[in-house]
Each structure stands twice: as structure tokens, then as C-alpha cells.
Design a protein around this ligand. Structure first.
Ligand code: 0O2
Length: 207
């Protein structure tokens, strides 16, 4: 690789601060946040090279073609929180939306559900401004549980998950989505309960 990974590490750190900041503001102003937690990582060099090879991308095109060298994940409680977060991202002025992929409305063949927003982010380097692509994956806790398990199985079986496990995974994906839908039906009850709980915690801290 003849380009450096440092701007991507910088982007991941900056976006983690910004997305976690959104969460803190929500908690302060509304007692609750559509964002449950935020994580981020820079794709390891070995995985970048493997993905480029798999997709037939030349080394000099990697930065334009691989959208997830800088990857952020925003995990939400409810499905409609995902769309609230996407709208907030669209209204920001510190980066541009490059592409949106709604794998919730149209799940992937594997059963994967998540919303991906690819952004073009201006990062200051010692050589001046550089525009880099970053992928923000937004999903519910249930979608995250499924994707994390499927990812581990894919790793274990080098992408060739046995068909029996594959169909179990598909069923588990549907069950996870069912769980999301059921929880959405009682969202207001849950949020109210969490508000009461948070207030009690605050009162206990003050005693
Ligand atoms: P990692 O290890 O998470 O970084 P693709 O050609 O499908 O590999 P592309 O064209 O970059 O990827 O876009 P896409 O489909 O939006 O996928 C990008 C990332 O989304 C993947 O990165 C995964 O993190 C996640 N993802 C997509 N499909 C699946 C899936 O079926 N199962 C799981 N668990 N995650 C998925 P990487 O580089 O594949 O993996």
C-alpha cells in the first residue's frame, strides 16, 4: 500500500467523539438517546488487501473503491431510532453523504440487516486537507447481535458456512427482526420506564 492509514485513524477518532457527543446531548436534554453505543475501527491492512483482491480492485484504486477503511457503528434500541440517526447525519455540515445503503428495507441474502451511510469526510493532515470515505453502520441491538455472530461464523468457516448453519442463521435473523418489531410496539412504555429508572439513579447519586 503506497498511501498511509493515519488519516483514517484520525477520522475514526474524530467521528467517535462526534457521534458519542450526539448521544450525550440527547441524554442531557431528553433523559434518553436514540443512540445506545458507538464503536469504531480502522480496517486492518491485511483485511484491506484481501478485500481489494476479492473485489478485483487495483492497489492504486483502494482509497476510492473501499468505502469502509474507516468504519463506525452506531447501535440503537429501536428500528425507528436508526432512521432518526440517519436524518441527523444528513443534516450535518461537517461531512457529505456519499451513498446510503438500506439493508433493513432490503435485507441481504445472508439475512444481514443494517443501514449504511457512506460519508466523505474532510480530515486535516500534516500535508493539508484530505477527503476520505468512511462507512457508518447504523443498526439495532438485535441486528448487531445477529451480525456479530454471523461474522464470527464466516470467519470460522472462511466464508463457507455449512448450509444447515446458514438456514439457522436466516431463521435467527427473522427472529431478531420480529423481536425489533415487537419491542417497537411497546416503545413508549419502555422509554417511560427507562426515564423513571434514570431519574431514580440520579436521585440516589445525590443522597
Ligand atoms: P468487516 O470485517 O466487518 O470489515 P462486500 O462487497 O459485501 O463485502 P461492500 O461492497 O464494501 O462489501 O459493502 P457492504 O455490502 O455495504 O458491506 C460492508 C460491510 O458491511 C462489511 O464489511 C460488513 O461489516 C458489513 N456486512 C455486509 N454484509 C454483511 C453480512 O452479510 N454479514 C455481516 N455480518 N456483515 C455484513 P466487510 O469488509 O465485509 O467486513
Amino acid at each position: 500500500m503506497d498511501w498511509d492509514i493515519f488519516p483514517y485513524a484520525q477520522v475514526v477518532e474524530e467521528l467517535k467523539v462526534k457521534l458519542k457527543g450526539m448521544r450525550q446531548q440527547f441524554e442531557y436534554e431528553r433523559d434518553q438517546s436514540p443512540i445506545e453505543f458507538v464503536t469504531g475501527r480502522v480496517k486492518p491492512k491485511k483485511s484491506i488487501i484481501e478485500k481489494a483482491r476479492r473485489k478485483g480492485v487495483n492497489p492504486e484504486e483502494i482509497e476510492d473503491e473501499l468505502q469502509d477503511i474507516a468504519g463506525l457503528r452506531v447501535v440503537c434500541q429501536f428500528v425507528d431510532d436508526i432512521y432518526a440517526v440517519v436524518n441527523m447525519l444528513k443534516n450535518r455540515h461537517d461531512f457529505e453523504i456519499f451513498e446510503e445503503k438500506d439493508y433493513i428495507t432490503e435485507k441481504k441474502d445472508s439475512g444481514y440487516r443494517s443501514f449504511h451511510v457512506i460519508i466523505r469526510y474532510p480530515v486535516e493532515t500534516i500535508h493539508g486537507e484530505k477527503l476520505v470515505l468512511a462507512e457508518i453502520q447504523i443498526r439495532t441491538l438485535a441486528m448487531n447481535f445477529w451480525a456479530t455472530n454471523e461474522h464470527s461464523l464466516n470467519y470460522k468457516y472462511s466464508g463457507q458456512i455449512p448450509s444447515e448453519i446458514k438456514s439457522r442463521l436466516k431463521r435467527a435473523g427473522e427472529a431478531a427482526f420480529q423481536l425489533d418489531e415487537e419491542m417497537s410496539m411497546i416503545k413508549n412504555e419502555i422509554l417511560e420506564a427507562q426515564k423513571i429508572f434514570n431519574r431514580k439513579e440520579e436521585q440516589n447519586k445525590q443522597i
